[in-house]
Design a protein around this ligand. Sequence first.
Ligand SMILES: [Zn+2]
Ligand SMILES: [Zn+2]
Length: 145
Amino acid sequence: MKPFTLFGKTFDLSVGRTHRAHHANPADLSDITINKEVFPTVVPLLFVLAYWLFPTVELATGALAAFFVLSLHYEFCHFIGHTAWCPPINYYRRRQRMHRLHHYRDETLWWGVSTGLGDLLLGTAPDIKSVEKSPTVHNVHGLLR
Ligand SMILES: [Zn+2]
Ligand SMILES: [Zn+2]
């Protein structure tokens, strides 16, 4: 996310700043997980949403459990994308490769971290040979000085 101006005031949200920092130094694993600053806002909203959307406590609790398991899967896939470990399962090797392409080839492509479904639907996982290295892959939006 780029900084944006609203009513004359410029906002540069933490999610954008941390993502740009992550692209500037993908080898830094110290701040690789989902931005913890969002938890106090997002987690209560998820609970409200789940218990509002699902008619029973059991279904809502199950939906929340599934969401958090999928979130852990996302974190795992993202983490292995930044390590030298070679996963023994092809699915995870592919996820690792796609995330590395996002970081080292073109930051506007290969968005999917834990699945490739979004990239498949949006056409954002082209043949690697057809994509030149982006000059801003480590300086997203050219905002780093
Ligand atoms: Zn990453
Ligand atoms: Zn990115």
